[in-house]
Design a protein around this ligand. Sequence first.
Ligand SMILES: [Mg+2]
Length: 309
Amino acid sequence: MRRTTAQQDRAAGTLLGMAAGDALGAGYEFTHPTPDQVIDMIGGGIGNFEPGEWTDDTSMAVAIALVTAEGIDVRTDAGLDAVAANFVRWFDDGPKDFGVMTGQVLRQRPASAQAMSLAASAIPGRHGGNGSLMRTAPIGLAFPGDPAATAEAALRVSALTHDDNRAGEACQIWSLLIEDAVRTGELDREWRVLQHLDSSVADHWLPLKKQAETGEPQQFPDNGWVVHALQTAWWAITTTDDLPRGIKAAVRAGHDTDTTAAIAGALLGATYGAASIPDRWREMLHGWPGLRAEDLVRLAHRTGVSGSA
Ligand SMILES: [Mg+2]
């Protein structure tokens, strides 16, 4: 599928918005900023990141985007193997920070996507962390105009590290919202995209969506969990009217700030486009594997236009 100039701008905005939210939130991870605290791209945080440096959230999304930008279908075994190999490559490069679930899976260095998913399933305890949702943005770009393919890919890529129905559903919902926003230029505030998923998904998630829109972040504080992470991001998006305010709101909600702001930033960028990201932030952005903002633009522009859809 060919994108219009405006659609290309929103595709680029998706990855740039994710990276901007990630780098903005990095300095505030596991804190609760006070109302008078300035939110800026200060770096620091758990991984002592450089100002403008993105963290594991964007790095893992880049690992996916490097595959989708080649026109490789990530629903196929070959495509999933390529994503899995990039996850291991990133992990072998010694990231400053990574999620609990992801670390437990990747330190086993699974040699294939199937081995990776099996390793994820074998880990005892709860599996519903936000670590697959935070990286799902490229899936929203990979299959323009094809919600069924978007939903299938989101589920399979999530399952590489997260054996959890809610994590998979969250990735499906967010990827579908991104696909829709990039194509139409409108945020699907009613989540009409749920028509592409099993009705049980709507039954579970629509009350959570409503709570996010009408409530406060204190009602969904455990945002290391995929459900509260999605709610925090949706709250930040629906209570603001531009990208900088939206990702700052996600950071101000506190706790897993880089991840909630990365999740929010992807859909905000898909809606408002690359032009909505302040130049100063865009110039500061950088991260694994030695990329900058313009490289994210290139990956976004190539994804979804070269044979994968
Ligand atoms: Mg992070």
